[in-house]
Write a protein that binds this ligand. Sequence first.
Ligand code: NAI
Ligand code: MG
Length: 787
Amino acid sequence: MSTIEEILTTMDYGKAPEDPSAANAWLAAHPQLEHFINGTFKADKGEALEVHNPATGALLTKAPMASGSLVDEAVKAARKAQPKWAGLSGHQRAKYLYAITRILQKRSRLFAVLESMDNGKPIRESRDADIPLVIRHFYHHAGWAEIMEEELPGHGPLGVCGQIIPWNFPLLMLSWKIAPALAAGNTVVLKPAEFTPITAALFAEVCAEAGLPAGVVNIVFGAGETGAAISGHSDIDKVAFTGSSEVGKIIRRQTAGSGKKLSLELGGKSPFIVFDDADIDSAVEGVVDAIWFNQGQVCCAGSRLLVQEAVADKFLEKLKDRAEKLVVGDPLDKSTDIGAIVDASQLETIQSMVTQGQAEGATLWQPSATLPNQGCYYPPSILSDVSSASTVVQQEIFGPVLTAQTFRTHAEAIQLANNTRYGLSASIWSETLSVALDAAARVKAGVIWVNGTNMFDAAAGFGGYGESGFGREGGIEGLLEYLSEPAPKVKPAKPQAVDFSPLPAGANESDAIDRTAKFYIGGKQARPDGAATYTAYSAKGKPISQAGLGNRKDVRNAVAAAVKAAGWSASSPHLRAQILYYLAENLEVRREEFASRLSLMTGASAAKALEEVDTSVQRISFYAGYADKYDGKVHSTLTRHVTLAMNEPIGVMGIICPDEAPLLSMVSLMAPALAMGNRVVMLASQPSPLMAGDLMQVLETSDIPAGVVNLLTGDHSAMAPTLADHDDVNGLWNFGPESADLDAGSAGNLKITWTSTADWLNPASAQGKRYLRHAVQVKNIWVPYGE
Ligand code: NAI
Ligand code: MG
């Protein structure tokens, strides 16, 4: 026993252990977890995984591993339950969600203790962060169920959702997945991570207690194979995944061409930027929260410190002082700051990455205190003397390890921040609002925290740019990921057989072929690489012109031009509106000429052809009108915060036009993409390439900056794969047949993809806000205020 005097001298924390007896009793009653399928608990005699407490190594329980046929049983139960669940009124669904919420609240202490035992996170975090956010999520989405019909008319549920979650925030990730899915009228099959299945099992009991109809929520246990059985199941309409980018890409490829809706919330290497005019002490606390919360096992961890040179030494000194005082140890002790790493394998990963960092020249700093002598612990660590090329700066460590770099200028800070394939979050510190907000606008990430970090709320969207995935969770952005769009179903047009050979034998060049169309690349008409061409025929089968036959090189040239035209994405909506109006006007001036060309190519009557041109003019004008009106939102999140949901352009988009309605389909896709600030590389209609040639001339006279629109003609199957694979293309719209190859190709840099069809003359199908929604990604910027 230390004397009071000793305690006062050392200022050591006294132990404040949380009582685990209720959790232990629950575990004693559950030596092996059971799947929850169709409203009943199902024992599984097959192989089971041991579930350990990483702080002690103690065996907590065992979890079965669902086989493919069990997953199938769960999917069938979800399928059967879905129509009735969706048929309930929003108010009735809300009542169930509220009931779940209330039981969660009642049992929050048990949930928190079990979560800490299973995952190793400090009880202070599970009690004060995880569980309250879980409750907030169910509450918020109960509200969505109530108001959905009012707010989102015409939207409907998707059906059965397969949901796969990680181990870092087990119950919280479950709530992010299940609450919106249920609110929207879907049913779910969810698999928790193999390291942390316990709170999902307890949640299944909550569902049963709340009287949730059988089959609405199904929970199956297992590892990657079970996950793959879910994401690969043919009767699942949507897959929602949170976890590693590696598995995210596997799932993107696995679901390729299936038409399943997909949202991926993956890793990150998020910057924590400290400008020299930041409130240094607050920023130091910010780092503690950014990288040492949950042992750094956080997808949005601020793992890359970028600090302005002038304050760097002082900052790091303060940070080290602070890290010296962090308490690493027993997760169930209320004074613990850093608990245990989830599993020995994760601890090894962290150790080996740090060793690699050192081998590459990094300097490792760790506090002087020793770690507990048993359990999976890793100290708060800082790696300095690193550069952007260092492995530890590029790759997610997923542990309590911060890399530290310095910068001199604002521009350099942005450049370093964006030098990553990820784009999940960023934390930006400056007392000068203009500096902070400028950085917030320029850093490529889905979530930006100004003078703060780890701000979360169910009312705001969360999710990333780039290889951090796509789709959002939370708020209306997240809800839309679980809803079908209000648009008439359109059958894809029959693909036309197109002959891509050059001049037919015996054709008389001088009279049959009036000119050779070129491509439009970087604001100029460009000859195809290798001068390859194919013959365009009239509807009557007469050769009418030569058109460029694009290849991979042409696609790469067009993408390079689009990349250079970045100014468009930063231009004002007013400017974009004006240019689109001008484009519409210039097209209208030539309506007869376009109509007669259309008639010639497609065989449309003169009246029909004029209708297509006039609708094209109207459609461009429509999106010109929208350029400055597709507003973001200010989400109603925490008090004394504004959370700005900004609609940002996706960047460079590849657009594969359908064969039909060659003019109208092309402008119907081009205009919304441009209105939202994207630059496009478009593959024009295959059988009617001349429309692209004609449109180029209009584009040339319409003040569209070079590289903003790039048009290629030819065989889509020769060009589209290059678009899908290209790392500088950020989004892909495929208005051709569903393509497994293109979806799979897009996995490389996790492009945002959209495969669809439209009835081009019908505005309910071919125009509207949903085109704009697919042309943007939402960035949520959190700005706290107050003294
Ligand atoms: P993981 O991505 O393998 O696991 C996440 C979930 O996916 C688990 O439920 C797992 O069973 C499931 N899964 C695994 N393979 C699957 C497949 N082929 N198909 C369907 N589901 C599959 O992550 P893991 O191995 O636990 O951690 C490895 C690394 O991933 C970490 O070191 C960290 O860098 C990163 N990670 C990122 C997370 C995030 O929130 N962004 C969360 C967890 C891990
Ligand atoms: Mg565990």
